[in-house]
Design a protein around this ligand. Structure first.
Ligand SMILES: C[S@@+](CC[C@H](N)C(=O)[O-])C[C@H]1O[C@@H](n2cnc3c(N)ncnc32)[C@H](O)[C@@H]1O
Length: 239
């Protein structure tokens, strides 16, 4: 059984639960999407931009980018057929959407799965499932599949540099969830999610510094953390 098949994402129903509730418990999810769109407006020119969305889920990131530019040609990759089915449905009204059911580990084993070079590679809340060395290999793979001048942007959870900070970040994440539940008038409780995230054996976040160093080591320039709020970060670089 592969690492992915052993993970919760391979379990039926897990994908659906995430899709239904992500806006309630992912810290400042709307803000993360706004920053993604601002990045696109600022750095990408609208000329049939080729985008790769890794761990696309139901295509939430690609959908946000399509609000900026309907001409995008997107390739969406996910290990879960259930998630890809949701993405297909969500993006059915757009042309030039390609869906690939592969795990990151499978991409790394077979370079020929993606035969294109992309202008922008994005990913959200997926790469932290990989171990440190796998992350570095995936960053290298992404670098190899970017056009010169292309960008990689990762919206993901990261590990805090100390246990004290990690503890505090989880507490204010729970506080934010409670506030958000009140704002959205939701009675179901989600403030246990930060504790669940910590205890989940599928999560392998590394610190922002480790990941920025890994990006630089595989050849990325303009590497930076563009936004960070507790354990949620947006970071990346340019080829
Ligand atoms: C938390 S969801 C995020 C989905 C979407 N990017 C979003 O932000 O809404 C994580 C996604 O990563 C996918 N995923 C996790 N580990 C993966 C792996 N090793 N290879 C490919 N996809 C993976 C899961 O199937 C799931 O769709």
């Amino acid at each position: 059984m592969s690492e992915f098949e052993k993970s919760e994402w391979a379990q039926k129903g897990h994908a659906q639960a995430f899709l239904e509730n992500a806006d309630i418990y992912i810290l400042e999810r709307r803000r993360l999407f706004q920053i993604l769109r601002s990045f696109y407006r600022h750095f990408l020119d609208k000329n049939r931009t080729k985008v790769l969305d890794l761990g696309c889920g139901d295509g939430a990131l690609t959908r946000e980018l399509l609000k900026e530019d309907e001409q995008i040609q997107a390739t969406l990759v996910d290990g879960s057929p259930e998630m890809l089915e949701n993405a297909r449905e969500r993006l059915q009204s757009f042309e030039n959407m390609h869906f690939i059911n592969r795990t990151f580990q499978e991409l790394l084993k077979n370079d020929a799965v993606l035969d294109d070079d992309f202008d922008l590679v994005v990913s959200s809340l997926a790469i932290h499932h990989l171990h440190r060395e796998e992350k570095r290999s995936l960053f290298e793979y992404i670098h190899n599949h970017l056009q010169t001048g292309g960008y990689f942007l990762n919206l993901d959870t990261v590990k805090a540099p100390t246990p004290e900070l990690e503890g505090w970040y989880r507490i204010f994440w729970s506080e934010w969830i409670r506030e958000n539940q009140t704002k959205l008038d939701i009675t179901e409780r989600f403030d246990h999610i930060p504790e669940q995230y910590k205890n989940n054996p599928d999560n392998h976040p590394d610190t922002i510094d480790e990941q920025l160093d890994a990006l630089k080591s595989v050849g990325f320039g303009q590497v930076d953390c563009y936004y960070k709020y507790g354990i949620f970060a947006i970071f990346g670089g340019r080829k």
